[in-house]
Design a protein around this ligand. Structure first.
Ligand SMILES: Cc1cc2nc3c(=O)[nH]c(=O)nc-3n(C[C@H](O)[C@H](O)[C@H](O)COP(=O)(O)O)c2cc1C
Length: 348
């Protein structure tokens, strides 16, 4: 299905006019090796469920193909590939933001050739805005933060910026008030209990958590975060099957601030859109000095996910984030680009 091109930041209307003005000037230019490598590095810096990095990338000089890597799918918590597509959408977003910061527009084609989930074709240039440069600068610094956040309230102006970052064609970010936040935490707690009791969940988690420093994917012990001293904040326990790993316990914020990303419609295309919106939100949060942690257990247990869907059946929850102010955390590992690149020869 071909889609009309959309601006990578989803919101800057002058994009088309500016692109039209500059198209003739840039039409015959090719992307520099530096810009292409920057876009590829940006893609692999994206967040992914359990740090599976479920993508294969290909650059043929005219565009970037992003393939799903089915060997990295999580059959137990993500049998439909929803979280996989969201992860790929985040990588697509990073690539487009990195290109935009280099002065390149981009056209998104879906599906891409030879089974790719998406193809990103650099197009006419425009002068990158300061906000686009700031978003691109945040790509390397964004992290999932599993530490306690402090009790400082997130200012309304920052919440507004997050909502604007998410908003696009059929996407919206909902800031939860304490009552609705409490209800989502209760569902998350219920989901967490269901998952912990499932030996298949524990085996899958064990396969993607690691105390081996040389591994370049999965969630390392250093990123697990402390165990909360109370059950009130049901953060995913990545140490379930790695009990030998030393973990501190800590008091987390008394009133976690949660936001939920919804899409109108559900299915692979919408998940890819949601992944792009998610990454715009995470980068925007990073620019504002805000820490973020996805908390998606309730979205992985179908009957609990249904309870999170707003009445009417049009909107579907795709991501739950805990946001706040916290201490910086270390980066999680990434596979080197050579492992992620897909050559024409190995195209399936
Ligand atoms: C769809 C999706 C779901 C995720 N769910 C959780 C979660 O429930 N708990 C959590 O701590 N992190 C979650 N994460 C964050 C990933 O574990 C994280 O992106 C990955 O380990 C890489 O680390 P980084 O984000 O610091 O680069 C999720 C990420 C994605 C894209």
């Amino acid at each position: 299905m071909r889609r009309r091109p959309s601006p990578p930041d989803g919101g800057e209307r002058p994009y088309r006019a500016a692109a039209a003005r500059t198209r003739l000037g840039r039409m015959n230019e090719r992307l520099s090796d530096r810009a292409a490598a920057g876009a590829l590095r940006a893609a692999v810096a994206a967040p992914s469920i359990h740090n599976t990095q479920p993508w294969r990338l290909r650059f043929d000089g005219a565009g970037f193909d992003v393939h799903a890597d089915a060997r990295r799918a999580l059959d137990v918590i993500d049998p439909d590939g929803r979280a996989l597509h969201i992860s790929i959408g985040a990588a697509v977003c990073n690539m487009r933001v990195a290109l935009a910061a280099e002065g390149w527009g981009s056209r998104l084609e879906r599906p891409g050739p030879s089974g790719a989930e998406a193809r990103i074709v650099p197009t006419a240039c425009r002068e990158p805005s300061p906000s686009m440069r700031a978003l691109a600068g945040a790509i390397a610094h964004r992290r999932t933060n599993r530490q306690p956040f402090d009790d400082t309230a997130v200012p309304a102006v920052v919440l507004d910026a997050l909502c604007r970052a998410a908003a696009g064609d059929g996407l919206r970010l909902v800031i939860l008030d304490p009552v609705r936040g409490g209800a989502v935490l209760a569902l998350t707690q219920a989901a967490d209990a269901v998952q912990r009791a499932d030996p298949r969940y524990r085996r899958e988690l064990a396969a993607w958590t690691t105390d081996r420093g040389e591994r370049r994917d999965g969630v390392p012990v250093a990123a697990f975060g402390p165990r909360p001293t109370t059950a009130a904040l049901p953060v995913r326990d990545f140490g379930l099957e790695l009990q030998r790993a030393e973990r501190d316990a800590a008091r987390f914020e008394a009133h976690p601030r949660l936001v939920v990303l919804h899409s109108r419609g559900d299915g692979p295309d919408r998940w890819l859109d949601a992944g792009q919106a998610l990454e715009r939100v995470l980068l925007t949060a990073s620019v504002h000095g805000l820490a973020t942690q996805p908390m998606t257990q309730a979205l992985e247990v179908p009957h609990l996910r249904r309870l999170l869907s707003p009445p009417g059946g049009h909107w579907h929850p795709q991501m739950i984030l805990r946001i706040g102010y916290g201490h910086p955390v270390a980066a999680s590992p990434r596979r080197p680009l050579r492992d992620v690149m897909r050559s024409t020869a190995c195209a399936r």
